[in-house]
Design a protein around this ligand. Structure first.
Ligand code: ATP
Length: 355
């Protein structure tokens, strides 16, 4: 498996360094034959090449079997004409990574504030209320007068259909329950279509129970009883917000692993941002990126029918849970270790597992 590795901004270089060590160890243990191609995106690339991402980098990831993207200083990249392209958007759009899969669960060893739960947010990734990915050219936010702004939200049949299918397929491997999250009471046409299409796709999966919630009420339900949810399917912006909530409920944003998957490509990426407030201090939690790397292994293994990759993912998740239970982790999840030391503890435990 050829993997392009892009450490990113803020805490990215620290957490990616640990993740790379884990990937090397996992490759060795499970004979995965991973080859890692290290490159740059974000500020590092802007300094070096005058742009946060380049056409050469895109060609490289298109030819690879997957990529790991560190967190990006998205908020600081404002002017595309000066090379400040949002790398997350760039790869999601260029590689058509339409499904952002964001699991969240509770762990032994962490305070369970709202009861145990294990759910996955399946978030559409390529349209919705994101001004930078809706148009063929230009953005979908317009300054009408200095005091008036219009922001457009695009919803298409194709994108609703494929995200719904991803959710139902995933539900078939889990508890067979899909919750549709929407705002169809206000966005009647767009979210009305989203709900209809989810139900249409759902009819192909008669074993799966379907329910739906308006997004504002959903926040209350998740906070009240997260255990009642399994797979949650929703549009881009709602999924982004909801999945930060579910990651934090699981213990910390630092546990928010995710992949962005399309028909041909996939990208492992932590659900959180670049966390500039804690960058460079060796305190960031590397688990979100390690979980993302594990999910990427699994995605590849399932596509290529290579069970060793799927097993590697399962073991990575187990080792991570063991580390948390033993408090061998960073302080955001109740430990006392630094980022690097957490990586060392992880590798030690990984060593004890049979291949
Ligand atoms: P950005 O502008 O890149 O989105 P941000 O700080 O606004 O960055 P996040 O990076 O998502 O948003 O961080 C939100 C909060 O969660 C911050 O207080 C940050 O320190 C914390 N946080 C995020 N990721 C981690 C992590 N891996 N380990 C520990 N804390 C984290």
């Amino acid at each position: 498996m050829k993997l392009v590795v892009l450490p990113g901004d803020g805490i990215g270089p620290e957490t990616m360094a640990v993740t790379v060590e884990v990937l090397k160890a996992v490759s060795e243990k499970f004979s995965l034959g991973l080859s890692l191609d290290h490159d740059v995106a974000g500020h590092e690339s802007l300094k070096k090449y005058g742009a946060t991402v380049t056409p050469e980098l895109l060609a490289k990831v298109q030819a690879a079997d997957g990529m790991m993207l560190g967190p990006m200083s998205t908020y600081e990249f404002k002017d595309e004409s000066r090379g400040e392209i949002n790398p997350s958007k760039f790869f999601r759009k260029s590689l058509d990574l339409f499904a952002n899969i964001r699991p969240a669960r509770t762990y032994t060893g962490l305070p369970v504030r709202l009861g145990e739960f294990d759910l996955v947010v399946v978030r559409e990734n390529t349209e919705g209320f994101y001004a930078d990915r809706n148009m063929e050219s230009g953005g979908s936010e317009m300054l009408v007068t200095p005091d008036v702004v219009v922001s457009l939200r695009r919803i298409t049949r194709l994108c609703c259909e494929r995200i719904a299918r991803s959710a139902f397929e995933l539900a078939m491997t889990r508890k067979k329950h899909v919750t549709i999250v929407h705002k169809a009471n206000v966005l009647r046409i767009a979210d009305g279509m989203f709900i209809d299409i989810c139900h249409q796709v759902g009819r192909e999966f008669p074993e799966v129970t379907i329910d739906d919630f308006i997004v504002d009420a959903m926040m209350a339900h998740v906070v009240r009883a997260p255990a009642r949810f399994d797979v949650i399917v929703t549009t881009n912006m709602f999924g982004d917000i909801l999945s930060d909530l579910t990651a934090e409920l699981s213990g910390s944003l630092g546990l928010g692993g995710s992949i962005n998957a399309g028909a041909q490509h996939a990208m492992g990426q932590a659900a959180h941002g670049s966390a500039p407030d804690i960058a460079g201090q060796n305190i960031a939690n590397p688990f979100s990126l390690i979980l993302s790397a594990g999910m990427l292994m699994s995605w590849f293994g399932q596509r290529k029918a290579l069970p060793a990759f799927v097993r590697a993912h399962a073991v990575m998740e187990q080792v991570l849970a063991d580390c948390i239970a033993a408090h061998e982790c960073t302080r955001d999840v109740g430990g006392k270790l630094g980022t690097r030391e957490t990586g060392v503890a992880f590798l030690k435990r990984l060593d004890q597992y049979p291949a």
